[in-house]
Write a protein that binds this ligand. Structure first.
Ligand code: MUC
Ligand code: MG
Length: 382
């Protein structure tokens, strides 16, 4: 039996290429928690757990993710079979509440290790890829309309992105709608314009907001109201033509079922970290598909590592009607992968190779690691 021998974690702080202004935080750095799992046959798997803006986006912080892995998840897994990924997921879900991003980081490393041992890409472990590339959006969030317009036009000209998600919710609804209308007018039919409010609006704000956004030609609004406001989401979904997407409201398959049953979204933003791993994300996808909802491959602005893992899963999905936003590595000043993920012709390419299809660049890891790293020793046979 190939056992799980050792689990190591490390925090990286990587600057972003510009300030990324969201309704709840402005990011100038992205912090990623890396996980390396070593197996008894000498094989390794790598994973990542990443959130946005410390504790301003969700209930897990980078430091909390690292602590949950080191203190609770790793000790429960050491000595177990490395090939039994489902067993590990079920055990960890039984022992540990919440902490979905921490669980995801470890699960990615387990899938990566299994894929490498079998000589297969992780997509094959989920039944096989049906896409070799997927459409990829870019987020305009400089905080300034002129800068956003220049950025969008350059992206269209260089054929990197023709789907734009605008981060709004920080200013008044009227100012936000005017900002979106200016950008839509500048890009015209050359691009799809969508917005993410990151829960900033009340239902009343959202009624005005959705009316203005759809008149401006915006196609989709993501999480306009707080995650728990299901009735408000249902009213907005029913009341307007513009598509309403659930993001913060979707923390795993149980939420997916409740949101679908409450008719509280037209589209699911499926995030592997928020779902609790690739397996749970595949369950969110299945619920969305069964409910006839649109699907979108979401991101927590992860590095190339978790982005590669997400691409492995999304490459197996029949129809991602709204594409993906797996552009995380492009927002960072440097990619941490030896072979960066390829973006061209408005798409992101599914990484080739075994496991998640990603290898780390050791020099970059050394450069961006926060505290010299920490290692958890194996307790095999305990
Ligand atoms: C979110 O809320 O969707 C995804 C893209 C981006 O710019 O921020 C994220 C988080
Ligand atoms: Mg969002």
């Amino acid at each position: 039996m190939t056992k799980i021998d050792q689990i190591e974690t490390m925090i990286l702080d990587i600057p972003t290429i510009r300030g990324h202004v969201l309704s709840m935080a402005t990011m100038r750095t992205q912090t990623a928690v890396l996980v390396k799992v070593r197996f008894s046959d000498g094989s390794e798997g790598i994973g990542e757990g990443t959130t946005i803006g410390g504790l301003s986006y969700g209930a897990e912080s980078p430091e909390g993710i690292q602590s949950a892995i080191e203190t609770y998840i790793a000790p429960a897994l050491l000595g177990r079979s490395g090939d039994d990924v489902n067993g590990a997921i079920q055990l960890i879900d039984k022992l540990i509440k919440g902490n979905r991003i921490a669980k995801t980081a470890v699960e990615i490393a387990l899938w990566d290790g299994l894929g490498k041992r079998l000589g297969l890409p992780v997509s094959q472990l989920f039944g096989g890829a049906v896409h070799d590339r997927l459409p990829v959006a870019w987020t305009l969030a400089s905080g300034n309309s002129e800068t956003d317009i220049a950025e969008a036009l350059k992206m269209i000209e260089t054929r990197r992105h023709n789907i734009f998600k605008l981060k709004i919710g920080k200013r008044s609804v009227r100012e936000d709608v005017a900002h979106v209308a200016r950008i839509k007018e500048a890009v015209g039919d050359a691009a799809s314009v969508r917005v993410d409010v990151n829960t900033a609006w009340s239902l009343q704000d959202a009624r005005w907001g959705l009316k203005g956004l759809q008149d401006a030609g915006c196609e989709l609004v993501e999480q306009p109201v707080p995650a728990r406001y299901r009735r408000a989401m249902a009213e907005l979904t029913k009341g307007y033509e513009i598509a309403v997407m659930a993001d913060e409201a979707l923390n795993g398959p149980e939420d997916a079922l409740e949101v679908a049953a409450a008719l509280a979204a037209d589209v699911f933003a499926v995030k592997i970290g928020q779902s609790g791993g690739l397996k749970r994300a595949s369950e969110v996808i299945a619920i969305g598909q069964a409910a006839g909802l649109g699907l979108y491959g979401g991101t927590m602005l992860e590095t190339g590592l978790s982005t590669a893992a997400a691409l492995q899963l999304f490459s197996t999905v029949e129809d991602l009607a709204w594409g993906t936003e797996l552009f995380g590595p492009l927002l960072l000043t440097e990619d941490i992968l030896a072979d960066p993920i390829i973006y061209r012709d408005f798409c992101v390419e599914i990484p080739k190779g075994v496991g998640i299809g990603a290898a780390l660049d050791p020099d970059k890891i050394e450069f961006f690691r926060r505290d010299g790293g920490r290692t958890m020793k194996a307790v095999v046979g305990e």
